[in-house]
Design a protein around this ligand. Sequence first.
Ligand SMILES: NC(=O)c1ccc[n+]([C@@H]2O[C@H](COP(=O)([O-])OP(=O)(O)OC[C@H]3O[C@@H](n4cnc5c(N)ncnc54)[C@H](O)[C@@H]3O)[C@@H](O)[C@H]2O)c1
Length: 264
Amino acid sequence: MTKRLEGRVALVFGAGCVSDDWGNGNATAVLYAREGARVICVDRNRRAAERTQDLILGEGGDAIALDADIAVSAAVNEAVARGIETYGRIDILHNNVGILEIGGPEQTDEATWDRVMAVNIKGFYLTCRRVLPIMTAQRGGAIVNISSIASNRWLGASSVTYYASKAAVNHLTQTIAVEYAAKGIRCNAVLPGLMNTPMVIEPYRALYGSFDAMVAARDAMCPTGKMGTPWDVAYASLFLASDEAKYVNGALLPVDGGLSCKSA
Ligand SMILES: NC(=O)c1ccc[n+]([C@@H]2O[C@H](COP(=O)([O-])OP(=O)(O)OC[C@H]3O[C@@H](n4cnc5c(N)ncnc54)[C@H](O)[C@@H]3O)[C@@H](O)[C@H]2O)c1
């Protein structure tokens, strides 16, 4: 059976994980490779990118590892150039990078606001700006942006920078979706709900008092009684990146076990 991304090249920003475990980024990069894509694994942390590359090579796939900060345009441009140099094309752009800071408007200083906005939304604009002309020349491509259900609802703890930056990701996604549809380029977003990934452990451990209390509280908020896993985000992304979603454009797809159907 033909693999779902056979012959495709996927560029994944934030392809590592903050710990030596599975997060949304490395699970998605590995799944894209399992489905036949050659993967350009980019991460600010070179070791994390290499770890994902090793996972892919270990399964018989094809990948390279690059380090770049998504918020720095020269670094983004260099990573895209290196990817093109290696594989000659980019069919899928997957923006996974996202950082979380807890705090409302009065607890958030200006430097924190600027840093989260630079990483969570400016970075997505920088990667899209560089890759869209490449996809236009290729007459097609798929962009998958990782947003959050925090983009459109209160999620129990104030994080003004995270909520606002993820709302902007949604609109960036839909703007590109409309503007580039006639060029054969689709742009969709995955809105994960409460996922059990390493990125939430540190910010939320302090808030809930302990790791176990954090897991219990977040599990209890989910209609299923359990947080989601990185693979739930990876499989939704795979669908949006594949031709199975060829008429899905501008979608903001919640992957949250039904959480966003509950009143806030
Ligand atoms: N875990 C959840 O509950 C949850 C819920 C909703 C949305 N999300 C979203 O999922 C995405 C991340 O999930 P994850 O589990 O892969 O997290 P993660 O933090 O483990 O992985 C993200 C990777 O991005 C890299 N990174 C951080 N800043 C970077 C930068 N400036 N430039 C390049 N790379 C950088 C990190 O080094 C890390 O390897 C984020 O967009 C996040 O907002 C997560």
